[in-house]
Design a protein. Structure first.
Length: 137
């Protein structure tokens, strides 16, 4: 008699569990996930070899440096010509925005305007370093 009373309860619990599982599956089937990408990669980053540095002095005040020119050659042989270039000549001093003035890539002729417009006038006496930051786009 005890078994007869528990059997309807068993079937009711089983039916409720089945409804929950079916309902849960219905909600899971309705999810939409957009396409996406993920990945990882690496590549060697090479630098530039700097040569032919030329400090061009002002004709009237020869202690002033009007421009500095040099050649920067991409160590990896990249022939791209879109460059972002900054150079400084005094440790902790101002950075000068420089431009590519020609050359046959991977060698680039670089010119830095150091005559005080727009940055500070570069003079010979404090020059103690040559730092170039060059990024090839």
């Amino acid at each position: 008699m005890l078994a007869a009373r528990r059997q309807p309860l068993f079937w009711a619990v089983l039916a409720a569990l089945a409804l929950v599982l079916v309902g849960r599956a219905a909600f899971a089937a309705a999810n939409t996930v957009p396409a996406s990408s993920a990945g990882a990669g690496s590549a060697a980053v090479s630098g530039f070899t700097i040569t032919a540095i030329d400090y061009n002095l002002n004709a009237t005040t020869p202690t002033n440096v009007d421009t500095v020119t040099y050649t920067a050659t991409a160590d990896n042989g990249d022939t791209g010509t879109a460059l972002t270039i900054y150079t400084r000549f005094v440790t902790g001093g101002s950075w000068y925005a420089c431009t590519r003035a020609g050359g046959v890539a991977p060698a680039h002729n670089i010119t830095c305007d150091t005559d005080g417009t727009p940055g500070p006038q570069l003079t010979v006496s404090p020059i103690d370093t040559f730092e170039a930051v060059i990024v090839q786009q």
